[in-house]
Design a protein around this ligand. Structure first.
Ligand SMILES: NC(=O)c1ccc[n+]([C@@H]2O[C@H](COP(=O)([O-])OP(=O)(O)OC[C@H]3O[C@@H](n4cnc5c(N)ncnc54)[C@H](OP(=O)(O)O)[C@@H]3O)[C@@H](O)[C@H]2O)c1
Length: 320
């Protein structure tokens, strides 16, 4: 249960496995009630895990089909973000970009933030710009709503398995209050600073990953065009410290020709843009991240070929 101003709406829910039989009070666990906004590839998987952990879950998504899928598993379908947030202890958002996040939190008629009670916690897990997160955190503070930005490392398989890694920005007490809930979603919660710190670190992570993916695509292309056996080359590279685990994973997918969407090109393209904007704003130098800018151009070229919905490793096709 949440500390400080935990709500009276916190429900007593039997522990997993005891749901169908009367449960002695000693076996019951008090769990915070949750609103979940954004049931895309990541959000839907996270929501299912929260349901499985026994939370009462209100859900909203822009398109209705995803809401119905969650409702069939026990979630309460809601008509607006405000309805999904009203009265809940914790409200998560997992949507595409800044514009979507602004829409779901601050829409004048149906935004979630205005529906939240003071003392509840708003958790923004999407990968967004620090400028927007700073604004959202300030708006939450004006309403007495506690705010944590908690973007994630890990993709669809990790979301499904509850193995996401959270980079949390916010007050330590608020991050600590979330830890029992986040435990259903992830293997680690790193409290990295005040509100906005999670968003900033997430852009560092994605720039580091995006740069490596474009480098691997380019250099595997070079290995192939120069006559090397690329499978043997990758086997050798895997044994060397120069190959990071992330780069090795991407290279394996590239050689397997596996572009099944996990982290699509359109998402990483967005994130690298946010990183460049944030770095420019922080340093006053519009070209503060030249390598990131180069990587973003590669992803832009792939998106221009119509591959935006494919996994980011599909940039390999630029070098085929
Ligand atoms: N996929 C990954 O590997 C990964 C990993 C870490 C972090 N992330 C981040 O997590 C977030 C979600 O990613 P995802 O893979 O789940 O993306 P996704 O499958 O494309 O889902 C995007 C979600 O945002 C909603 N949305 C888009 N525009 C909206 C708007 N204007 N108003 C309201 N809702 C809107 C979509 O609603 P509809 O269903 O109606 O389209 C959907 O629920 C992104 O910020 C992404 O960068 C993704």
């Amino acid at each position: 249960m949440l500390n400080q101003t935990a709500s009276t709406s916190t429900r007593v829910i039997p522990t997993a496995g005891a749901a169908l039989t009367p449960t002695p009070a000693s076996q019951a666990t008090e769990l915070p009630t949750i609103g979940f906004i954004g049931l895309g590839a990541m959000g839907s998987r996270m929501a299912v895990r929260l349901l499985s952990a026994g939370h009462s879950l209100s859900v909203w998504n822009r398109s209705a089909a995803a809401v119905q899928t969650l409702a069939a598993q026990g979630a309460q379908a809601q008509a607006t973000p405000a309805d999904a947030a009203r009265g809940e202890d914790i409200v998560f958002s997992m949507v595409f970009d800044d514009a979507a996040s602004r829409e779901v939190w601050l829409h004048p008629q149906h935004g979630a933030l205005a529906a939240m009670r003071p003392g509840a916690i708003a958790v923004e897990c999407s990968t967004l710009s620090p400028a927007w997160i700073d604004e959202l955190a300030a708006r939450a503070a004006e309403r007495g709503v506690r705010f944590v930005d908690a973007p994630v490392a890990g993709s669809r398989p990790q979301a499904q398995a509850g193995q996401l890694i959270f980079m949390a920005g916010g007050a330590a007490a608020d991050v600590d209050a979330l830890r029992p809930t986040l435990a259903a979603l992830g293997g680690a919660v790193h409290h990295v600073g005040a509100a906005g710190a999670g968003a900033r670190l997430k852009l560092v992570v994605n720039a580091l990953f995006g740069i490596q993916v474009t480098a691997v695509a380019e250099l595997l292309g070079f290995a192939r065009s120069s006559g090397l056996d690329v499978d043997a080359s990758l086997a050798a590279l895997r044994s060397m410290p120069v190959m990071s685990p992330a780069a090795a994973g991407a290279a394996g997918l590239m050689l397997a020709g596996n572009d099944t969407p996990q982290a699509p090109i359109d998402l990483i393209h967005k994130d690298l843009g946010y990183a460049m904007d944030a770095a420019a704003a922080a340093s006053g130098n519009a070209a503060a991240l030249p390598l990131t800018a180069q990587a973003q151009q590669v992803f832009a070229a792939a998106a221009a070929r119509g591959w935006g919905a494919e996994n980011l490793v599909a940039v390999r096709k630029l070098y085929a």
